[in-house]
Design a protein. Sequence first.
Length: 310
Amino acid sequence: MDNRAEVREFLTTRRARLAPERAGLPAGGNRRVAGLRRAEVAMLAGVSVEYYTKIERGGIRGASAPVLDAIATALQLDDVERAHLFDLARAADGIPASGRPRRSATRRDEVRPALRLALESITHGIAFVRNAQQDLLAANALGRVFYSPVIGDDPDAGPGAASGGSGAGRGRTPNLARFQFLDPASRDFYPDWELFAAMCVDIMRAEAGRNPHDRALQDLVGELSTLSPVFRELWAAHDVRQHGAGTKRFVHPIVGEMTLAFEELLPSADPGLALILYAAEPGSPTEERMRLLGAIAAEQDAERRARAAL
């Protein structure tokens, strides 16, 4: 994943979407480009056309924070897009993005025992851990039942096991992006499939900007781009967004439709991992369906313990 290409395509798509009148400039009647011209962005940012052109072509290395900030303001980037531009610059300079140390490739799939214990202590909500590559690495009992379309139905298999569940592929760690774009079951599980697809790509695009040298993410992007026209189109849009909290709808194959509030937490001891929590509104139909999933999870756990005792 070429950082220069990332910079070029991100800035080009941001410039193309900004109409001159939104930037306080006359539209004119003979425009050969969509959105602003490079010269107009340079003027708004207070830099030379030559320097902005160099940056837009990928030569962002060494660009100062004030220059990047001025370009972000000229292009009317939101906070997430502005942070993404700075991450691209840090990556070009060889600086770990956002001050976070890069994780070793050998530790990418590891979840500390203490974090697993914390997951299992959550009994009234769904909790799971994923990495930047959208691998579903660990989940609590409710999470394993909830994500059975992704990880499979084997009660002895969970996130990280070679369960061969939907979207995972036999011998692979269950992966939310593969499930989203390559498994037809995802369109039943996610009633708002297009929204989920865009969110998934937004998260992956932001991570690619933070660490363009992540080989596993590069391979996943290449695989999905080859196999999914929808992913390929969304990836080319270069959109980045934060999705740290909100509400999502699901249709679980056993209990039916569920509307869940979610929060994303970033464990400070585990850079690159995210802990996701889903909770049901008290007194809602979803809360009752969560109880049903809890009963299924308890039954599976009892069966697992019985087999282990043999």
